[in-house]
Design a protein around this ligand. Structure first.
Ligand code: GDP
Length: 359
């Protein structure tokens, strides 16, 4: 499955956040046979629709979609110079599908900031610089090779142009993710570059920042078009210790949050990875399934079982809203809200589906 790699400067709260991510029990509860790796944190994607579906279908349980985060330990400054730990750091990032940078915006005189003061832009630039330098090294070799190739093979020209363009963007200090409109990243795929990966920013904040809409807005703009999430990692850890809803609500209220930050983090992570869900419902379970945005009906069926994709005939689809309005599948059918979709159908978020297939 796709993963987000958590990176950040020392002392920004990565471990605190990561511990909170690994302490929720979604994996154990719903995926008893999954191997739980020590450096992977799996969070459920909150989805209130599942409880509603479970009511309508008298499902025995609900199974949410999940988002996986990988803890990428290691030093950051100088990583691109290729010293042992730095190499490992870059190799781990290369394996992740998106980069989730934790940035400290909490005040605490007891926690030393590596650069002496809180400066989100400078934190972002420090990480970006290492990734940019690593990509530049990769591209320098690639351009050299592609130039040679392009002399004898015309087909190599677009790849060479893209690599040169990418190099110029990186030379100007920008990531390829932030410049994706200027260069065709498909043509760069073979180089496994780091800065083409989508970025997500987690601002580890204190109450002062969490309750300051203008400050949050400013930080959100700073990282756009990447997603920004605001949470207090220490509070997230405390929330997991609480077992009654009232205390949870009180603690959230005290920091001006409407829901746990892990919820927004899960949603943003899912979005950053380019994923969406569709739903199935029945007496056994109501469940959200993960598919890439733009997946077709047979591809969606394949997520349940590869045989479903191979033997795909039709998908019986009703939108969640129509289904809930009708009150039952039978009522939705008589209201003409249930559609039969073929193999070219592009799945929409909130589709409740039953697949017809040959085995
Ligand atoms: P890492 O080096 O990025 O993994 O940072 P840690 O998670 O180890 O956190 C460094 C220190 O900051 C620890 O003493 C944490 O308790 C503290 N810390 C982490 N998150 C917060 C936060 O949101 N608020 C405050 N005040 N302290 C935090």
């Amino acid at each position: 499955s796709l993963t987000l790699g958590i990176v950040g400067l020392p002392n920004v709260g990565k471990s605190t956040l990561f511990n909170a991510l690994t302490r929720n029990d979604v994996l154990a509860a719903n995926y008893p046979f999954a191997t739980i790796e020590p450096n992977v944190g799996v969070v459920p994607l909150p989805d209130a629709r599942l409880d509603k579906l479970a009511e309508v279908f008298s499902s025995a349980k609900t199974v949410p979609a999940v988002v996986s985060f990988v803890d990428i330990a290691g030093i950051v400054k100088g990583a691109s110079e290729g010293a042992g730990l730095g190499n490992k750091f870059l190799a781990n990032i290369r394996e992740a599908n998106a980069i989730c940078q934790v940035i400290r915006v909490f005040d605490d005189p007891d926690v030393v900031h590596v650069d002496g003061h809180i400066d989100p832009m400078s934190d972002i630039e420090t990480i970006n610089t290492e990734l940019i330098l690593a990509d530049l090294q990769t591209l320098e070799k690639a351009v050299w090779r592609l130039e040679k190739e392009a002399r004898t093979k015309k087909e190599a020209k677009p790849a060479l142009d893209a690599a040169q363009k990418a190099k110029a963007i990186l030379d100007s200090g920008r990531t390829l993710f932030s410049a994706q409109k200027e260069v065709d990243v498909e043509l760069l795929r073979e180089h496994s570059l780091l800065t083409t990966k989508p970025f997500l920013y987690v601002f580890n904040a204190d109450e002062g920042v969490l309750t300051d809409a203008a400050r949050r807005d400013e930080l959100t703009k700073l990282v756009a078009p990447a997603d920004a999430v605001f949470l207090d990692a220490k509070v997230e850890a405390e929330l997991l210790e609480l077992d009654d809803e009232e205390s949870v609500r009180e603690l959230l209220e005290s920091v001006g949050q409407e829901e746990p930050g892990l919820y927004s983090l899960a949603r943003a992570g899912f979005h950053t990875l380019g994923l969406q869900t569709y739903l199935t419902a029945g007496p056994k379970e109501s469940r959200a399934w993960t598919i890439p945005q733009g997946a077709t009906a047979p591809q969606a069926a394949g997520v349940i079982h590869t045989d479903f994709e191979r033997g795909f005939i039709k998908a019986e689809v009703v939108s969640y809203d129509d289904l809930i309005e009708a009150g039952s599948m039978t009522a939705a059918r008589s209201a003409g809200k249930v559609r039969m979709e073929g193999k070219d159908y592009l799945m929409a978020d909130g589709d409740v589906v039953e697949f017809r297939f040959n085995v």
